[in-house]
Write a protein that binds this ligand. Structure first.
Ligand SMILES: *Cc1c(COP(=O)(O)O)cnc(C)c1O
Length: 451
């Protein structure tokens, strides 16, 4: 166990003044929630916005609404490498998790595999003549179809933008809904567009390690009237936070203002029951309407988002330039940060995406283990990402006995991230840089030794 300065892998600072705003919000009640909603709609230029208790709660409600809308469909397609909350929400909504492997160069879907999955799904609808299906779709009724695919959920992992435009062009069935998992990218932009507004529906998380935090929280955005009506219907049934839960939120908020700071982060990190950094699969999470405390806590969020984004961008640039120097570059793929269609490495791109954490792969097991171990000892916040591919989660794996997702499986091992959040100081950066350079140099000299 380490005592002393310890960086969290990701963090959106919460200040005491935010907690005060939250408490004020509690007194303002609905007006506070309304304020947040109105601001979000204006900022993202969307027609409908819903506020709930977490990203996974948001996704569950979206899926339940879609299930209502298209009762003949029950499959949801997601990347085989993503946050465990995503399959948790799908199972919670009573739907089936379908997987597609990802592209190691982009962390987006493997589009070749995706195209096969889509055409297989589509071919199942041939039960009726094509024209009749088309006519009915045109009249906006539900055609009798055997396509079971309800939705696809591309994710902007670590802030790397998924190519939603390309996905949209590939999906031929107009009833398949694109749900944009923008949990990690609130306020991020790519090619002049705000992430979270590119799919039919998008959602953000306001959890602890995200771009903006309200202790916990989820935001749903959509322009789609029909879907939004159903979501509103679903949310009407959802409970408010109970008094005790609000008190817990306030206490957690206070704890975050104190213990998320690197000076004290070693404490919560050393207490295993806090489950800091654990990614768990669990469909039994609570679903609540967002409280006025959380809404109040976000007061001034636009400025906060911009400020944090600027700092993260500066840090990410630092990592990009460091990793471009040989020999480290040979060990870290910069491809994760390449947009496949353009093939421009991030280090040469005119502009970095708004990364939450800086993703890097180290293929060499020994080197990776040493970097991670040393980072843990020194409290540098360099950490692995998700523990395994989705098909290998013990509770789910019987569904994928015949399937293999090799890239997802490999990335669960080889992908690590460097911290980019606002608590990262110049000294931290120097230490991480030294660690990375030293290890990579050692490795290259070992490798270059003649046999
Ligand atoms: C965090 C996260 C979620 C879930 O958000 P919570 O607020 O933690 O429920 C979903 N998808 C991705 C990619 C995430 O990183």
């Amino acid at each position: 166990m380490r005592i002393g300065r310890t960086l969290p892998p990701a963090a959106a600072p919460i200040y005491i003044r935010d907690i005060v705003s939250g408490l004020k919000g509690l007194f303002r009640g609905h007006r506070e929630l309304n304020r947040f909603e109105v601001e979000l709609k204006a900022y993202f230029d969307v027609k409908h916005c819903f506020l709930v208790s977490s990203g996974k709660a948001a996704l569950t409600l979206i899926l339940q609404a879609l299930k209502d809308l298209y009762p003949n469909r029950d499959e949801v397609l997601i990347p085989a490498f993503t946050c465990y909350s995503v399959p948790s929400a799908i199972v919670r909504a009573g739907l089936k998790v379908k997987l597609c492997d990802i592209d190691p160069d982009t962390l987006d879907f493997d589009y070749t595999q995706l195209s096969k999955i889509l055409s297989q799904a589509l071919s199942r609808r041939d039960a009726r003549p094509q024209s009749s299906v088309k006519q009915q779709a045109a009249r906006n009724q539900q055609p009798v179809t055997s396509n079971r695919l309800l939705a696809i959920i591309p994710a902007h992992l670590f802030g790397l933008p998924a190519d939603i435009q390309r996905l949209r062009e590939m999906v031929e069935d107009p009833q398949v809904v694109i749900i944009e998992d923008a949990a990690q990218t609130m306020g991020a932009e790519w090619k002049g567009k705000k992430l979270g507004t590119l799919g039919d529906i998008g959602f953000f998380s306001l959890g602890r390690g995200k771009a903006l935090s309200a202790v916990e929280g989820g935001i749903i955005l959509t322009d789609h009237g029909g879907i939004s009506d159903r979501i509103r219907h679903q949310i009407d049934e959802v409970q408010e936070y109970k008094i005790l839960e609000i008190i817990t939120l306030i206490i957690k908020g206070l704890a975050l203002t104190v213990f998320q700071h690197p000076t004290l982060f070693c404490l919560p990190k050393s207490l295993p029951f806090l489950k800091i950094g654990d990614t768990i699969y669990d469909p039994h999470f609570k679903i609540r309407k967002m409280s006025a405390f959380q809404a109040g806590l976000t007061n001034g969020w636009q400025q906060k988002v911009e400020k944090f984004k600027k700092i993260r961008r500066k840090n990410a640039k630092h990592w990009a330039s460091l990793l471009e120097e040989k020999p480290i570059r040979d060990y870290f793929f910069e491809k994760a940060t390449v947009q496949k269609t353009h093939r421009t490495p991030i280090t040469q791109a005119t502009r970095l995406p708004d990364l939450l954490r800086f993703p890097v792969t180290i293929d060499d097991d020994g080197l990776r283990t040493r970097v991670l171990r040393k980072s843990d000892q020194m409290g540098l916040g360099v950490i692995f990402t998700y523990p395994d591919s989705i098909n290998r989660i013990p509770e789910l794996k019987q569904n994928y006995a015949e399937q293999d997702f090799p890239v997802a499986k490999e990335l669960a091992v080889s992908l690590i991230t460097l911290p980019a959040h606002p608590f990262v100081s110049e000294k931290d950066k120097a230490q991480i840089s030294a660690l990375v350079s030293e290890m990579a140099n050692q490795e290259s000299s070992v490798k270059q030794e003649p046999k």
